[in-house]
Design a protein around this ligand. Structure first.
Ligand SMILES: Cc1ncc(COP(=O)(O)O)c(C=O)c1O
Length: 503
C-alpha cells in the first residue's frame, strides 16, 4: 500500500507498542528518581515543541524520543509518590492498560445500539460505585468528565425540578419566573459557582452559608438563609453539601443538612467528589455519614480509586430526573429499544461519549473491593502518622482536622509567633509569607509537589496523600524536606519573609 494511505501495519503497531510499554515500565520503575516538577521558562517549553506540522510523516522512533526528551520532563508527574497537591489523581497500571484498549476499541457509548456492552458495563460499574459509596444501586447514573460537570448536570436537573413550568421550552426567565438560589457552604468548590454562571442563576444567587470551626456547613444558618429567602420571594434551586471539601477535607453534616432540605422541599446535591469513595476504607466507614440522603451525588474514581483521568460518577435517586432535563432525540439518533436498554446520552448534554467504564471495571476487578479498601486505609494511616509528627513539632501546626488523608500544615515558628516586637497582624503576615515561600521552595526543589489553601489561621500547605505508590518513607522524606526548608527560610529569610523587620 502506498505510504499516503491507510494505517500502520499491525506488525509495526506491535513493535512500537512493545517499545512504548517498555518505556512506561521504565518510567514507573524510576519515578522516585525524577523530580515531581521542574520549574521551566514557559517560552522555552513552548519553543521546545513548537514547530510547523511536518509535511511528511516522521519516524515514530523520533516522535517517541521527542516525547520523552522534550515533553515528559516538562510535565508535573502526577503519578509520582511525592505528588501531594490538590487531590492526587494517580493512575494505576491496570488503568493505564485499560486506556490503551479503550483507544483501540474507540467505541462511542451514546446510545445502547452504538455499543451495547459499553453501556451495559457502565451500568455495572455505576452499580458497584454506588454500593461502594453507600448510594442506592438502582439510582440513575452515568460516568462524566469530572466533578465540575457532574455538579453542573445535577444542578440543571435540580433547577428544572424547582420550577413549576416547562423550563426546557420556556427557559428560566419570563413573567413571574422566580429568582433561583443555590445554597452551599463557604468551603464548597468553585464548580458550584461555575454551575450558577452556566445555568444563568448568577453568582449573586449562590448563597455561601458560613461553616463552623471545623469548616463544616452550619445547618442552622442554612435553615435561616432559606427561610429569609423564601420570605423575600426567592426560590431555592438546591443545597449543595460537600463531603471532603477542597481546602481542608471537611464533611458537611449531611443528616442535619438533609433535614433542612426536607423541611423546605429543596433538592440536596452532595458533592462527594473527594470523600465519597473513602467510605470503602474500614477505618473511616463508621465515621462517614450516609450519602443516600442526597437527591443527587457525585463521586470521583479519578481522585481516589486510581482510575486515570477522567472518570467521575454522577448519581440521581429521583427516577427520570436527569432524563427529564437532558433527553432530546433528533431523528438521526432514534433507535429501536428491544428489551431493557438505556441510552446514556439521555442523562447529560454530552452526545459522543468514550468508553470510560472499561478502566473503572479493570481497576476494581484487578484490586478487588478489599484491595482498594486496604489502599485507601493505608493513605489514611499515613496521614494520621504525619499529623502526629506535625503535632509533636513545636514550630508546625495542623490548623484543620480531616478524617481524610489531607493534611494542612502551617509553619508557625516561635521566633515569629513569640516575638514581642510584632503585632498579631504582622505575625500573621510574616507567617503567611513564610509558608508561601516554603511551598515555592519545596515545589521548585522537585522533591515534592504540594498546593496551598488560605484558612482562618492563614496560609497553609496542603499535603494530600492518596497516590497508589506513596509509602511511609516517601511521606517521611517530604516531611523532613519541608522542615529543613522551613528552618533554612527562617534562618535566611528571603523576599517578603524578611520577618525581622518589625511593624
Ligand atoms: C469538592 C470538589 N468538587 C468538585 C471538584 C471538581 O473536580 P473535577 O476536577 O473533577 O472537575 C473538586 C476538585 O478538586 C473538588 O475538590
Amino acid at each position: 500500500m502506498p505510504e499516503e494511505f491507510g494505517d500502520w501495519d499491525p506488525e509495526i503497531f506491535e513493535k512500537h507498542g512493545r517499545e512504548v510499554i517498555s518505556q512506561i515500565r521504565g518510567h514507573f520503575e524510576k519515578i522516585r528518581d525524577v523530580p515531581v516538577a521542574v520549574p521551566r521558562d514557559p517560552a522555552e517549553l513552548k519553543s521546545a515543541v513548537a514547530a510547523d506540522p511536518p509535511e511528511t510523516g516522521e519516524l515514530f522512533e523520533r516522535v517517541l524520543a521527542d516525547t520523552w526528551e522534550k515533553v515528559v520532563p516538562g510535565l508535573v508527574q502526577w503519578n509520582h509518590p511525592s505528588f501531594h497537591a490538590y487531590f492526587p489523581t494517580s493512575a494505576s497500571l491496570p488503568g493505564v492498560l485499560a486506556e490503551t484498549l479503550t483507544a483501540a476499541l474507540n467505541v462511542n457509548s451514546m446510545l445502547w445500539q452504538t455499543s451495547p456492552a459499553a453501556t451495559a458495563l457502565e451500568l455495572v460499574v455505576l452499580r458497584w460505585l454506588a454500593a461502594m459509596a453507600g448510594y442506592p444501586q438502582d439510582a440513575d447514573g452515568l460516568l462524566v468528565t469530572g466533578a465540575s460537570l457532574a455538579n453542573l448536570y445535577a444542578l440543571a436537573a435540580a433547577r428544572d425540578h424547582a420550577l413549576d413550568f416547562d423550563v426546557r421550552e420556556r427557559g428560566t426567565g419570563g413573567p413571574g419566573a422566580p429568582t433561583l438560589r443555590i445554597y452551599t457552604s463557604d468551603q464548597a468548590h468553585s464548580s458550584v459557582d461555575k454551575a450558577a454562571i452556566t445555568l444563568g442563576t448568577g453568582l449573586a444567587n449562590v448563597v455561601r452559608v458560613p461553616s463552623d470551626e471545623q469548616y463544616r456547613m452550619r445547618p442552622d444558618l442554612l435553615d435561616e438563609a432559606i427561610r429569609r429567602d423564601l420570605a423575600a420571594g426567592f426560590r431555592p434551586l438546591a443545597v449543595v453539601a460537600t463531603v471532603g471539601t477542597t481546602a481542608v477535607g471537611a464533611a458537611d453534616p449531611l443528616e442535619r443538612v438533609a433535614e433542612v432540605c426536607a423541611g423546605h422541599g429543596v433538592w440536596l446535591h452532595v458533592d462527594a467528589a473527594y470523600g465519597g469513595l473513602y467510605r470503602l476504607a474500614p477505618s473511616l466507614a463508621s465515621t462517614l455519614e450516609d450519602l443516600s440522603v442526597g437527591d443527587s451525588v457525585v463521586v470521583n474514581p479519578q481522585k481516589t480509586l486510581f482510575v486515570p483521568l477522567d472518570s467521575t460518577a454522577l448519581f440521581c435517586r429521583r427516577p427520570g430526573a436527569l432524563a427529564r432535563t437532558f433527553r432530546l432525540v433528533p431523528e438521526y439518533l432514534t433507535s429501536a429499544h428491544d428489551g431493557d436498554t438505556t441510552d446514556l446520552m439521555d442523562l447529560s448534554p454530552q452526545l459522543g461519549r468514550g468508553f470510560r467504564a472499561l478502566k473503572v471495571w479493570w481497576v476494581i476487578r484487578t484490586f478487588g473491593r478489599a484491595g482498594l479498601a486496604a489502599r485507601l486505609d493505608a493513605s489514611v494511616a499515613l496521614a494520621r502518622r504525619l499529623r502526629e509528627r506535625v503535632d509533636r513539632h513545636p514550630d508546625w501546626t495542623c490548623p484543620a482536622p480531616s478524617a481524610y488523608p489531607l493534611v494542612c500544615l502551617r509553619y508557625t515558628p516561635e521566633a515569629v509567633t513569640a516575638d514581642p516586637r510584632l503585632s498579631e497582624g504582622r505575625k500573621r503576615e510574616i507567617t503567611d509569607a513564610l509558608n508561601a515561600r516554603i511551598l515555592r521552595r519545596v515545589n521548585a526543589s522537585g522533591t515534592a509537589f504540594l498546593s496551598h489553601a488560605v484558612l482562618r489561621d492563614g496560609y497553609v500547605l496542603r499535603l494530600s496523600i492518596g497516590n497508589i505508590r506513596t509509602v511511609g518513607e516517601d511521606v517521611e522524606r517530604v516531611w523532613r524536606e519541608l522542615d529543613r526548608i522551613a528552618a533554612a527560610e527562617l534562618a535566611e529569610p528571603t523576599g517578603t519573609t524578611a520577618w525581622t523587620d518589625p511593624a
